[in-house]
Design a protein around this ligand. Structure first.
Ligand SMILES: [Zn+2]
Length: 131
């Protein structure tokens, strides 16, 4: 294993000719893989963290921030889909309650409550879409 697991630090290796390929301390410490062969990131290191220098892309804090941003986006998209589904379900409840009302199996108040519920959920969804 020539790439450290935690931050994927390039740890060097011996090439087929017996030469030691070592970590270049001036370059980004990130170890990368290409066709099962590991190599050190070719970019210059500019950010010092966790005992190594990194390029902007591979700085552990930047990787973490990027992942958190992505997760927040996924969570938002998931919540948006759930909210849309709730509003659509409430719309169907209005239709069902209205049909029951015409059959005199539901009161006008029940229809009104279904409309109020739908409007509340639709407003929530519209507000979420704007975020
Ligand atoms: Zn890098």
């Amino acid at each position: 294993m020539s790439v450290d697991q935690q931050n994927h630090v390039f740890t060097g290796y011996k090439n087929p000719f017996g030469a030691d390929i070592k970590l270049d301390p001036k370059r980004c410490a990130r170890g990368l893989m290409d066709n099962y062969k590991s190599y050190q990131c070719r970019r210059k290191g500019s950010i010092e963290e966790d005992g190594h220098i990194w390029c902007k892309t591979h700085a552990p804090s930047n990787i973490k921030a990027k992942r958190e941003k992505q997760e927040a986006q996924w969570n938002h998209e998931w919540a948006l889909r759930k909210s849309k589904h709730s509003a659509e379900t409430a719309m169907l409840e209005i239709a069902e309650t209205t049909i029951l009302h015409f059959r005199q199996q539901a009161t006008f108040d029940q229809v009104e409550q279904a409309v109020i519920k739908y409007e509340r959920l639709k407003t929530q969804y519209d507000n979420m879409k704007r975020d």
